[in-house]
Design a protein around this ligand. Structure first.
Ligand code: FE2
Length: 439
């Protein structure tokens, strides 16, 4: 009898932590101070309360944060963020070993108070970008230790990467997550590939952090950032270049559609990962992108606090629940959306998708992530039945394979027939009105 496993992932993003410091000009100080109260409201006791509620409903296995935890990548911002991160650990009932994060463009020190550093670093990222446009593969190789393209200076790479040092120092030393530091990764300069060891599973569970922010420079980064082919290859495959076995979860800050090498990333990642989580856009998005050859599932989280343009987006985050088979293949996903109300509390929200109910969206992987409107209620019921008998990764793995198979084999076709008879069409072809010509 096959065992299936439930994995619950809390996906957070874009905190943009800010602090007020003496050396800042008055305009900037005023901006930070004026937003402090509303930030406290959104990220204060109400947020902790909703996390405790989620943890009470079931074990949270992983907390994933997809970038821009700080606003200017200042040490004082990270110290302030550390306190918030510890509060999240406590409320979610996780340890630091279950917390994974990647840098965003705001975690790169794009401006420096030191004019010499400013000139050196500024020169480095601009020059590397120029070379990447003409020679993306040469730049990709350069970052892994091969010779720079003709005319480029070898030291530019490290000068550029220094801008992310404060973020990675904080991750490795203050949070104690040394194995996430890029120096430990197969790439050595970018990202990480970590085997999540906490739970005893019959399959490996990989967390892959891709650094999309390393070449960030200004507010016009769209279409100019590179993951590089080598970063993707080295972090999403094993030593022999084969796709990793088990479940493969990727964290990245930018949507790959905004990257200069996004098409290459799409093709490569579609064959090597199961789910990609990202942030940056400050708006939740649940999408499976398909072309004739490839398919990639990407979930974006909203922002925890947007900052100056806070009124443009509802602050939000989501909880992802997936059921995995004994090989680590995902069978379905449920996404529970939470949003911040202007009335002053976090709540389950249907603001983002009209097909969600009480903030819950159910996706059947066998249907490539589509949530068919007429079948969604039925699918929700099936998933609820699964959950009633399923366990969690904390050691209560209960057999649900038979229930799932029975639902797929018997219940689903029966209900589809009922719907067809009711509407006089079919679900797959969108032709439910074809018998209404004479209406
Ligand atoms: Fe960002």
């Amino acid at each position: 009898m096959a065992k299936n496993y439930k994995l619950r992932i809390l996906h957070l993003s874009d905190l943009h932590e800010r602090v007020c410091l003496d050396w800042m000009n008055e305009e900037r100080k005023a901006k930070v101070r004026s937003g402090a109260a509303s930030r406290y409201r959104v990220f204060g006791p109400s947020f902790i309360e909703i996390l405790k509620e989620i943890a009470h409903e079931g074990v949270i296995d992983l907390v994933c944060f997809t970038g821009d935890i700080a606003d200017w990548a200042l040490p004082e911002e990270y110290e302030s963020a550390r306190i918030k991160v510890r509060d999240i650990f406590d409320a979610a009932g996780i340890s630091e070993n279950d917390f994974f994060l990647v840098p965003g463009n705001h975690d790169v020190q794009r401006k420096s108070c030191d004019p010499i550093a400013e000139e050196t670093r500024g020169n480095a990222w601009r020059k590397i970008r120029e070379y990447a446009i003409d020679y993306p593969e040469r730049v990709s190789d350069w970052l892994t230790g091969q010779k720079p393209p003709l005319g480029a200076k070898g030291e530019w790479v490290d000068q550029n990467l220094q801008r992310g040092n404060e973020f990675w120092r904080w991750v490795a030393e203050d949070l104690g997550l040394k194995e996430l530091h890029p120096s430990k990764s197969p790439h050595k300069k970018l990202g990480y590939q970590v085997f999540w060891k906490k739970q005893k599973l019959p399959f490996p569970l990989w967390i892959i952090g891709l650094d999309s922010a390393w070449l960030s420079g200004d507010d016009n980064d769209e279409g100019k950032l590179y993951l590089t082919g080598k970063q993707i290859d080295l972090l999403t495959t094993d030593k022999n270049g084969k796709p990793l076995e088990g479940y493969r979860l990727v964290l990245i800050h930018h949507p790959i559609t905004s990257l200069a090498d996004g098409n290459e990333a799409f093709r490569k990642l579609s064959g090597t990962v199961d789910l990609l989580l990202h942030g940056h856009q400050h708006e939740p998005n649940i999408r499976t992108t398909n072309d004739p050859d490839y398919s990639l599932r990407c979930f974006a989280s909203g922002s925890l606090y947007e900052g100056d343009r806070g009124d443009n987006w509802i602050n939000s985050f989501h909880l992802i629940t997936t059921v995995l088979n004994p090989e680590g293949r995902p069978l379905n996903y449920q996404i529970q959306f939470f949003g911040w109300s202007p009335n002053g509390h976090w709540h389950r929200t249907d603001t983002f998708y009209k097909t969600s109910r009480n903030g819950l969206l159910a996706l059947d992987v066998t249907n490539e992530g589509k949530c068919l409107p007429v079948a969604k209620k039925m699918r929700k019921e099936i998933i609820q039945k699964e959950n009633n008998v399923s366990g969690d990764l904390a050691g209560n793995n209960i057999v649900i394979g038979d229930v799932l198979e029975k639902n797929k084999r018997e219940v689903l076709p029966k209900m589809v027939r009922q719907v067809r008879n009711t509407v006089g069409g079919d679900l797959a072809g969108g032709s439910v009105f074809k018998n209404r010509k004479n209406d």
